[in-house]
Each structure stands twice: as structure tokens, then as C-alpha cells.
Design a binder for this molecule. Sequence first.
Ligand code: F6R
Length: 244
Amino acid sequence: MKIIQTENYQDMSNHAANMILDRVKTANNITLGLATGGTPPKKLYDLLVKEYNDRSVSYRHVTSFNLDEYIGLAKENKNSYYYYMYNYFFQYIDIPKEQIYLPDGLHDNPSVACQQYDQSILKNGGIDVQLLGLGENGHIGFNEPGSSFDEKTHIVELADSTREANARFFDDITEVPTKAITMGGISTIMKSKEIIMLVSGENKKEAFSTFLSTDVTNHFPASILKEHPNVTIIVDQDALGEEF
Ligand code: F6R
């Protein structure tokens, strides 16, 4: 596991963007696992779009799978992850629409949506590079504490702390969905060839400190990354606190 310490959010995002651009530029075909939330998206996706515009980095050979989607939010809902990804990233680049995958949070039968998602990932040969954020309670994707490490893509009941943390994106906490579909769970994420996890901000200090000190346990799902052979964690000073 490689830990890269960066000064701030901007540096962390630059570093992550450079890693992703490097992989996208050098591969003939590549499958990216993408994340939403506050840590990776805005700045990182802005940087990728800027590079696309400045240097014409093409995404024609890229397939993308997002980690998760809320159950019950339409694609047009500004809080759906579909909306977020299109609004901040996909609409600006040349990735073909049919190569973009997000779990279908409005499927009549969410369990079927989960199975289909896993099948699509398998059909595409798995994830090459998976981007992750770290939840305050140690979740990755929406694999909440207590999730089995063996689970595949599944429906998850969001932890109260996750709904509270994400309420900042909604007008009111009552609007935050109680359920989501999350990739994986952990088993799919762990099969990615490379994982990049971003950790930023003072509110992640405790989680990052736990991450460093804990043994692998499903009570802190991110701890499983310690068993992955190719993980880079990019952390900013605020999240590091005095741990280093
Ligand atoms: C997002 C995701 C989540 C977030 C995590 C951290 O697709 O799967 O695991 O990465 O909740 O969220 P932020 O970055 O908002 O602190």
C-alpha cells in the first residue's frame, strides 16, 4: 500500500487526476470504477475535463462503472449520482454513452439491477482502476460497517451517519434516500487491478487514523484495502492531522 501525502485538496486532486490520465492515455482499452461524493468528484473531474479540452485526451476506449446509486432517485434528480456524473464529467468528454454504467436506482426490481450490474462488470473484464473515497464510518462505496466482504453488488440500507454526512447535498435530511445500490460489495472492488483512494478534510481525520491503525475487519470496511496488492491512498494534510 502506497500512501501519498499532499498539502491540500487541490494537490490531492492533481495527483489523482495525473494518475488517471496516465492510465487512460497509455491503455488500449480501460475500465474505470468511478466515485461520487464530495472528495473525488468536483475538482478531480474538473481537472480531467480540462485536460480533455486542452490536450484532447480521448475517452473513446474507456468504459466506466460507478460505485453506487441511490434507490428511488430519477436520473434527472440533481442528487442522483447519474445526474452528478453527467453534469460534471460525462457530458464534456467523448466517452460513448453505451460504455457508461451506473446502478439503476429506479429499476422495478433492484435485486435484478444488482445482478445485471455484476454481469456487465464481468463482461467487461472487471475494473482496471477503481477510484474510492473514504466514508467517515469507514465505508467504501456504500458498503457500510458490518457488510460481508464476500457480497456482490447489493441493496444497502444507508447508515444514519452516512445519511447525515450526505444531507449537505440535499435541501433536507428527510430527502436523503434510505437505500442505495452499491457495487461489490467489497469483493468486486477488491478484484480491481488498481485502487486509488482519496481522503480529504478534517472530517476524515478520525476515519483515516482508524484506517491506519485497525486490523482488517468488516466493522471498518476500508481496512480490507490493506490486503490489495496495488493500492494508492492520496491524503491531504487536513485528513492526516498529526498521524504522520
Ligand atoms: C461515492 C461513494 C462513497 C464516498 C464516501 C465519501 O460514490 O461511494 O463511498 O466516496 O461516502 O464521501 P465524501 O467524499 O463525500 O466524503
